[in-house]
Design a protein around this ligand. Structure first.
Ligand code: ATP
Length: 354
C-alpha cells in the first residue's frame, strides 16, 4: 500500500488535485498498486480551522510520507496578517529542504497549438535561496523597508546550494540530450549569479559528456523563443527559474500544462508550475494536465528512489500516455482552445487508462 499526502490548496486547487488523484489511483490500480490518500489541512481552509495556512500537524504528517501532492495556493487572497510572510508552499519547501524544482516543458500533442512546438526543455530551478528574499532568512524577513519610500531585499547564494542543484541538472542531462545551459546575469550581478555560474561550471567538469553553456538570463529568454531546440536542460536560481518556467510552459501550449516536482533526496512534492488561478476557480474549466503530469513525475521519482517500486514508473508512463491520447483526440480545456470541462477532460483520461 502506497500512502501519499494531499494538500488541496486554494482557487482551482481542489478541482485539479481531485482530477490528479483520480487519474493516479486508476493508473496505480492498473499496475496492482493500492494507494491511500492522506488529505491534510492547508491553505485558506486551514486558516479558518487552525488559524494558519500551514498547521504544524500537517507538517508532522508530511514528515512521515515519502511524497505528496500540493495544490496551488493563493497567498495574495489570505487575510492581511498572512501576506508578506513566507508562503505556505515556500515554507514546505524550506522545512523539507526540497531544493530541486524540476520543471519540464514540451508540446505534448500536435492538437494543442503551441508557440514553440519544438521546445523540449527541463528547467532545473534552485528552490531554497537566490533572489526570493522570503526564504532567505533564519529569522526575520529578507525584504524590509527602512522608510516608507525605500524597499530592500536580500539575495542569498551559497556554494553548497549551487553545487547540489548543478549536480541535479548535469545528472538529468546525462539521461537526455546532454546539454546544460546555465542561466545567470554575471555581467551585472557578478557576485551572486557569478558564483552560481562559476560553481555550475566547476561541477560540469565531473560530467565530460555533457555540453555546458552559460547565458545571460535576458538573452536566454529571447533565444528560448527564437531557437527553442538549442536548449535541453537549463539550470537557474530560484527567481530566474520561476519566470523562465512560466515562459517555457506557455511556449509549449499553456501554463495549465506545465508540471513540476520539488525534491530533496528523501521527499518529493508534486506541484503544478502555475498558481491558484482565482479568476477561474470553482467553474470546472481549469486545465488539470499540469497537476496530473506533476503527479506522474512524483510517481516516477518514487520509482527511481533506492528500493523504489518499479511499478510506480509504469503507472507514471500510463498517466502520460493517457493524457497524450486524450489531447490527441482533440479533447482539451478552454485555455488550449478546447471545450471540455475539467471533469469531462478527467473522465476522458480515465477512459483512456481503461
Ligand atoms: P501565482 O503567483 O500563484 O503564480 P498568478 O496569479 O501569478 O499566481 P496563475 O494563478 O498561474 O498566476 O494564473 C495566471 C493566468 O493563467 C490566469 O489567467 C489563470 O486563469 C491562467 N491559468 C493558470 N493555471 C491555469 C490552469 N490550470 N488552467 C487554465 N488556466 C490557468
Amino acid at each position: 500500500m502506497l500512502t501519499l499526502g494531499v494538500l488541496l490548496g486554494d482557487g482551482i486547487g481542489p478541482e485539479i488535485v481531485d482530477s490528479a488523484t483520480r487519474v493516479a489511483e486508476r493508473a496505480l490500480a492498473s499496475v496492482s498498486v493500492e494507494v491511500q490518500w492522506r488529505e491534510l489541512p492547508f491553505g485558506l481552509e486551514a486558516i479558518g480551522e487552525f488559524g494558519t495556512p500551514l498547521p504544524e500537524p500537517t507538517l508532522a504528517d508530511l514528515d512521515g510520507l515519502p511524497g505528496w501532492i500540493l495544490g496551488p495556493h493563493d497567498n495574495a487572497g489570505y487575510p492581511q496578517q498572512f501576506r508578506g510572510m513566507l508562503s505556505p508552499g515556500g515554507a514546505i519547501r524550506k522545512r523539507f529542504n526540497l531544493f530541486a524544482n524540476i520543471r519540464p516543458a514540451r508540446a505534448l500533442s500536435a492538437s494543442v497549438s503551441a508557440a514553440c512546438p519544438d521546445l523540449d526543455v527541463v528547467i532545473v530551478r534552485e528552490n531554497t535561496e537566490g533572489f526570493y528574499a522570503d526564504r532567505n532568512m533564519y529569522d526575520g524577513a529578507g525584504e524590509f523597508m527602512p522608510t516608507p519610500d525605500v524597499a530592500l531585499a536580500v539575495a542569498v547564494f551559497t556554494r553548497s546550494a549551487c553545487e547540489r542543484i548543478a549536480h541535479q541538472a548535469f545528472q538529468l542531462a546525462t539521461t537526455r540530450r546532454r546539454s546544460v545551459t546555465i542561466a545567470h546575469k554575471a555581467n551585472v550581478l557578478a557576485k551572486t549569479t557569478g558564483l552560481f555560474r562559476d560553481v555550475c561550471l566547476t561541477v560540469s567538469e565531473g560530467y565530460p559528456d555533457v555540453e555546458v553553456h552559460g547565458e545571460h538570463i535576458d538573452a536566454l529568454a529571447a533565444r528560448l523563443v527564437s531557437h527553442p531546440r538549442d536548449f535541453d536542460v537549463i539550470v537557474a536560481e530560484n527567481m530566474f527559474g520561476d519566470i523562465l518556467s512560466d515562459l517555457a510552459g506557455q511556449l509549449s501550449g499553456s501554463l495549465g500544462m506545465a508540471p513540476s516536482i520539488n525534491a530533496s533526496h528523501t521527499h518529493a512534492m508534486a506541484q503544478a508550475a502555475h498558481g491558484s488561478a482565482p479568476d477561474i476557480a470553482g467553474r470546472d474549466i481549469a486545465n488539470p494536465v499540469a497537476m496530473i503530469l506533476s503527479t506522474a513525475m512524483l510517481l516516477r521519482w518514487l520509482a527511481a528512489r533506492e528500493r523504489g517500486v518499479p511499478a510506480l514508473g509504469a503507472a507514471a508512463d500510463r498517466i502520460e500516455d493517457a493524457t497524450r491520447w486524450t489531447l490527441d483526440a482533440g479533447v482539451g480545456t478552454a485555455d488550449i482552445g478546447g471545450t471540455a470541462s475539467t471533469s469531462a477532460f478527467t473522465e476522458q483520461v480515465l477512459s483512456a487508462l481503461r
